[in-house]
Write a protein that binds this ligand. Sequence first.
Ligand code: IMP
Length: 435
Amino acid sequence: MAVAAVIGAQWGDEGKGKIVDFLAGKADVVVRFNGGDNAGHTVMFGGKKFKMHALPSGCFHEKKQVVVGAGCAVNPKTLLEELGMLAKAGIRPNLLIDARAHVVLPYHLALDGAQEALKGSGAVGTTRRGIGPCYADKAARIGLRFADLLDKGRLEAKVRALHEIKAKELGKVYGAEFAQSEAQVFSELSGQADRLAGFVCDAILSVNESISKGKNVLLEGAQGSLLGIDSGFYPYCTSSNPTSGGASTGAGIAPSKITEVVGVLKAYVSRVGEGPLPTELPDGVGEAIRDKGNEFGTTTGRPRRIGWLDLPCLRQASEINGFTSLAFTRLDTLGGIPGLRICSAYKLGGKTLHRPPASSEALSDCKPVCEEIAGWEDLSPGEWRAVAGKGVGALPAQARAYVERVSSDLGVPASIVSVGPGREDTIIIKDVFAQ
Ligand code: IMP
């Protein structure tokens, strides 16, 4: 039995969807524990590309139980659209939605846009999916939970109370009119509730029962540690905890039950939205990596900002999460990139830092100390697949050295190396679900 958490070690978009989809093969239960449709996972299945946002990535394995955990903030519209998309492809996920998960409402979407517009040049660059306003209502204890969808009388009363507050807030504070009437919001939610009610349950109970029975459980994080509300660079972060601590609270299981924490890291860094990115490459090299890696947001289509691998940030992510192994992705994308570099420290005010400072402002002032690293050749997708088939020893020597360098710096072994988008492009060094 193992309970493995898969955590983004950077600013999201590390390729967690692929790693989760791969590991889900051996898991009995996959629990998404944070965020909502601000996330974007691209999963290749049956030769087709699926862009997923709200459903756990493990839902492509129909026999697995997939769970939207208590820590999530989910837009029911997106959930239903994704279920519909999968149904068209003949996939019917075995889904549970924790009754405690929060519902992203139309007010949250409107507020996300209005708040970003008001912030002007200080905007966070959110995905505008209403995530921040939904978690704000959760913390203020006025949010609507999936449990509320099960009782129409309660739902109507909650919508009435929320409409009163939110429509006023939008109009009076932000000067934005909320187009939908209270009746329209209720009617839409009521229809969604009818379609989703069968999935809503006490998933915390169910997941803990599975653990007691010795089943393999995979905890799927969205976003990345550096975007965490507590672990990331505030305010340029999301509103949930995409960490192993968040996995515990968001899935509703004790920290001591988590046996493996897999940190997923891309061979370079990327970020969408605003905020400091010390190793950012504004020049042609960044563009070359972006184009080669098709680094455009799955949710918003925005071009991702690209930078060299950042060891100071990774060291902190590793400590905060307690990574027990690392999953490297996108080594294929760096193939043939000239002048490869890795950031090993920062310079700030005459001092050398080996960990990032606590504030975004100070991080913006950090100058990266970069070392040149020997690059490796640009192989074709077929050649990378052949490498994956042969195992880690078949990696180009410099790519292997890159993996070893990062692993030894963090003091964490590599368990997975991914060299392409498909399940067949994956090298397993250590099976996290091995007994
Ligand atoms: P929010 O989560 O939509 O509020 O956005 C807050 C910040 O997190 C913004 O910089 C977003 O671009 C970023 N973000 C949210 N979700 C993801 C993700 O899945 N991948 C990468 N960045 C994300």
